[in-house]
Design a protein around this ligand. Structure first.
Ligand code: NAD
Length: 349
């Protein structure tokens, strides 16, 4: 089933469906006529209203079924697999965020390790054609060799979040080896876009600007040695996943890992200037953030830089959306979603 189109007779089981990536992936699958069973516990790690807005965007599709459930509940996941017998599973449900894993480690073990174990067990008992799961660029830790390649050494994670993602890769490898579950792990690189995650820097900076507060930039104020991030636009992430779904790994152990990143790291300061420009365009007035520089935070890494060679070789696609284009989409959405043009007019009266 290599490099074919999506099979619309399949049942797609997407966890984390109320989340940023889960929503866009599910919408794309539904638009193509696929049947999607979407799972999410709709937790309040960030604004639940945004999660409900995303779910409202999926509800009109006839082929969509939403189940509010927690993947760390083994019997519920088992029952859902027995009931729906999915052909393709995409596990995106997880506790995300590097910094929050220092504050609240328990939830990372619960959702990312136990939750993923339950998904693997369910795939073992109710065989699937393909299990795709989210890993993260954070598995590369503070690696110096760039770009980061899938064959690089990734045994030195610098946050518990990264450890759980590397753990997922090991668990998937073992289950694939033991029970012949075709599995693909995806190392996403800083995903951004409209309806993105409010805990991420670009979203938080924008919130602060509209609250009239300064933004904190954790790069030591050192622009010569600025942080670099490989930012990936959401549509490119979805395209990568959709292209990989029909491509089951081959070989004795049917498990493979892919980077999905932009292969084009940006200086953090350039990203921030581009966000100011995008917001200026969206609002029709000059936007300049009030900036405070602070030391790099524990668990943060100095740079991320994806090699996209393996992805390109496999499916002939690599992300190419520029941050200027992507941030403009985000800024336009943000201003519209929070009714900011109207509020600016009222304030100006
Ligand atoms: N966005 C990024 O930059 C990025 C980068 C690397 C990896 N990832 C990974 O990609 C996946 C999706 O990320 P996202 O940005 O869409 O995050 P998100 O937080 O927006 O989405 C995750 C969703 O999973 C749900 N969830 C969490 N724990 C759950 C549980 N135990 N049971 C059921 N649902 C649960 C949450 O309610 C949320 O809606 C995650 O695994 C994340 O770690 C994301």
């Amino acid at each position: 089933m290599n490099n074919q189109n999506l099979n619309t007779n399949n049942v797609y089981f997407v966890t984390g469906v109320a989340g940023f990536i889960g929503f866009y992936l599910s919408r794309r699958l539904l638009e193509q006529g696929c049947k999607v069973i979407g799972i999410d516990n709709v937790n309040d790690y960030y604004d639940v209203k945004l999660k409900h807005t995303r779910l409202e965007g999926l509800e009109p599709y006839e082929n969509f079924t939403f189940v509010k459930a927690d993947i760390s509940d083994k019997s519920v996941i088992d029952d859902l697999f027995a009931q729906y017998r999915p052909n393709v599973v995409v596990n995106l449900a997880a506790q995300a965020g590097v910094r929050y894993s220092i504050e609240n480690p328990d939830v990372y073990m619960q959702s990312n390790v136990i939750g993923f174990y339950n998904i693997l067990e369910a795939c073992r008992h109710y065989p699937v054609d393909h299990l795709i799961y989210a890993s993260s660029s954070s598995v590369y830790g503070a690696n110096k060799k760039v770009p980061f390649e899938e064959t690089d050494f990734v045994d030195h994670p610098v946050s518990l979040y990264a450890s759980t993602k590397k753990t997922n890769e090991l668990m998937a490898h073992t289950y694939s080896h033991l029970y012949k579950i075709p599995a693909t792990g995806l190392r996403f690189f800083t995903v951004y876009g409209p309806m993105g995650r409010p805990d991420m820097a670009y979203f938080g900076f924008t919130d602060k600007y509209f609250k009239g507060e300064p933004i904190k930039i954790f790069n030591n104020g050192d622009f010569e040695n600025d942080l670099y991030r490989d930012f990936t636009y959401i549509a490119d992430i979805v395209e990568g996943i959709v292209k990989l779904i029909p491509r089951t790994p081959i070989g004795a152990v049917q498990h493979e890992v892919f980077n999905i990143g932009n292969n084009n790291p940006e200086k953090l300061m350039h990203f921030i200037t581009s966000l100011e420009k995008a917001l200026s365009n969206a609002l029709g007035k000059e936007v300049n953030f009030d900036k405070v520089f602070e030391p790099i935070k524990p668990g943060d890494v100095p740079r991320t830089f994806a090699s996209t060679e393996r992805l390109y070789q496999a499916v002939g696609f690599k992300p190419e959306t520029t941050i200027e284009e992507g941030l403009q989409q985000f800024a336009d959405w943000y201003v519209q979603y929070y009714n900011l043009l109207e509020k600016e007019e009222v304030a100006g009266n």
